[in-house]
Design a protein around this ligand. Structure first.
Ligand SMILES: *[C@@H]1O[C@H](CO)[C@@H](O)[C@H](O)[C@H]1NC(C)=O
Ligand SMILES: *[C@@H]1O[C@H](CO)[C@@H](O)[C@H](O)[C@H]1NC(C)=O
Length: 329
């Protein structure tokens, strides 16, 4: 594993120290009581005017923050829209990560400084995908789910989300054509099978007739669409997904719509999912995404998110996902 602390890729420079603290040349005005006595009346009233202006501004910004926190937690669309709009006004736009930044962030989380394991992060990521599906596509109408799993961690998220969706009452089938020999993926597949997920040996014909949702857990943020050709069998799988009637059977993509370039977006003109569940922090390609957008993967420590100025909205209560549709505009 590389030494992430030595190459801060998320930002070129380290985040700033708290304002005015421990900095040479910083003057503590409050302590220069002598200076205050010497100032003439004109300067004094000017100071008072500035103080009042700053107080009013500060009060106004604090109110906005309180209102944001209240409404970001609400389920009402217009209220959340207002909260997001005022976050934008306050220049607190969510940070969209590049492929390099995402790799760096994961290495940092899995390194000695934060101490997570890959199993933990995948489990929480999968849980947030199943939670977002439960919210957007209720099982009363969307009971039959087809999950397509890729060879890497994104496929692992799909295996986990499928097992949890069975627990939520969905009828889930998995198509997992390139299986990893890595122990964790074998365990996840075993767990899915034992939970009652159907394992398919090939991609079914007439997907729209049999399934109400397709979960695309093929490629995640490490897929390089600019250089890489999509390899078999996923080239034909993605080609099938390109032709799905999503008015009938919507596609839910895990972290990245498979086939998209992480930094640029839909470079190969492949399918655009109806729902995207970004994990931990949205990636650059999601900035051009127009569908329903959820954020999940509720594992980033607050200190981590604020150090890298990710500006993520708070998760309501104990929920595993939060609606961030339109936050990129
Ligand atoms: C559940 O899915 C399987 C596989 O697609 C299908 O054969 C079965 O009929 C489904 N069950 C119900 C109750 O819809
Ligand atoms: C993706 O391809 C570009 C262009 O060749 C390369 O610079 C970059 O390192 C690649 N990224 C990954 C994650 O392999």
């Amino acid at each position: 594993m590389s030494q992430p602390q030595q190459q801060p890729l998320l930002y070129q420079q380290q985040p700033q120290q708290p304002y005015g603290y421990n900095q040479p040349g910083y003057v503590v005005y409050g302590n220069t009581s002598e200076g205050a006595h010497h100032s003439d009346h004109h300067h004094h009233s000017k100071d008072v005017t500035y103080s009042i202006i700053f107080f009013i501004l500060g009060f106004f910004i604090s109110c906005l923050w309180l209102v944001n926190i209240k409404y970001l937690k609400s389920h009402e669309h217009s209220a959340r829209g207002f909260a997001i709009a005022s976050l934008v006004l306050m220049n607190k736009a969510i940070k969209f990560l590049t492929q390099k930044e995402s790799t760096f962030m994961d290495e940092l989380l899995l390194g000695p400084k934060y101490g997570f394991t890959s199993d933990q992060l995948m489990e929480l990521a999968g849980l947030s995908v199943s939670s977002a599906v439960l919210k957007v596509y209720p099982k009363s109408e969307y009971r039959n789910v087809l999950t397509i799993c890729g060879p890497g961690n994104n496929g692992g998220d799909g295996l986990i989300a499928s097992r949890q969706l069975v627990g939520f009452g969905y009828n889930v089938s998995i198509y997992y054509p390139k299986r990893s020999s890595n122990d964790i993926f074998k365990r996840l597949l075993l767990q899915s099978e034992l939970s009652g997920v159907h394992i398919l040996s090939e991609l079914p014909e007439n997907i729209e007739d049999k399934y109400n949702i397709v979960i695309d857990a093929i490629f995640g943020y490490s897929f390089n669409a600019s250089t890489g050709e999509i390899r078999a069998p996923f080239d034909s799988v993605i080609n099938r997904l390109n032709h799905i009637n999503q008015e009938k059977t919507p596609i839910v993509s895990v972290d990245i719509p498979s086939g998209w370039d992480v930094d640029v977006g839909n470079v190969k003109n492949t399918f655009v999912p109806k729902l995207l569940v970004s994990l931990a922090s949205p990636k650059k390609c999601a900035q051009s995404f127009k569908g329903t957008h959820y954020l999940g993967g509720r594992f980033l420590p607050d200190a981590f998110a604020s150090q890298w100025e990710l500006n993520l909205p708070p998760y309501p209560g104990s929920e595993q996902c939060v609606d961030i549709t339109n936050c990129q505009k």
